[in-house]
Design a protein around this ligand. Sequence first.
Ligand code: CP
Length: 323
Amino acid sequence: MKQFLSVHDINDINVLVKKALEYKHDPFKDKTLGIDKRIGLLFLNPSLRTRLSTQVAARNLGMESIVFNVDKEGWALEFEEGAIMSGNTVEHVKDAAPVLGSYFDIVCIRTFPSLKNREDDYSELYISQFVKYCGVPVISLESATLHPLQSLTDIITIQEYLNSNPPPRIVKPKIVLTWAPHVKALPQCVANSFAQWINAWGEAEFIITHPEDYELAEEFTKGAIITHNQDEALKDADFVYVKNWSTYYDYGKIYENNPQWMLTEEKLNLTNNAKVMHCLPVRRNIELSDEVLDSANSIVTQQAANRVWAAQAVIAEILNSQL
Ligand code: CP
């Protein structure tokens, strides 16, 4: 693997999931693979899980990790080619990225969308400029439109549950991605990425449900059943993935925040005793009720814990390709 920006960078999802679950079983089995190597974690936005799980994963492989909060500690970066830098940006990515590439064997970066201009955000300018100029493999820690480490984790968590589930075994799980209310306009990246990975995985019946006008980009959702009827979608679901996103077409807006879309115990009763997933952080009693989050159906902590094994599998793939 030369980079990890989306599902298109891997050959076989099931092989990577298996590798991640092997690391969960035996975290230090490749503890010298990354010895004398360094991984740089660059953040243009806050993080709890992505930052710490990637550091733990690197440590398990014997790598040193260094975190750089670019937004708070670094020079303001310019990403536009040919920019006349007379404004607030101090350093062009064309100059900064090769320096970072000289310090690290792998560069990981988290960017975020502006939610102001869809074309700019969906062009993935920030992360693609790092890929272009840093000269070493790049791992996305979440970009403007996708969150591949999260999505790999999500499939690991689903597969882990399917492996351990007592008979009768679920052969083709029904997975529902449901929109939930939120107080802020959030990116579409987790939902885009989940849809992209579940569609590519191809081993589930996949339904997306959201209010009217919250359509996601078809390039990611193609293959899923899409409905505005949440109750109908939830019927007999085995997994329910709860996530808010802002509007895609009239970009970055909150059109409505109907609390009826919050996942409650009553709605969960429509499902096949579904496992409930969320990438976290979650707004309690806005997106999901306390009773659901604190119930045995919720696997959000297990899901977040699995971030380590996803990151470890991806870093190991890249290190192995450098041997
Ligand atoms: N799910 C996720 O990416 O969490 P953080 O924003 O805390 O890294």
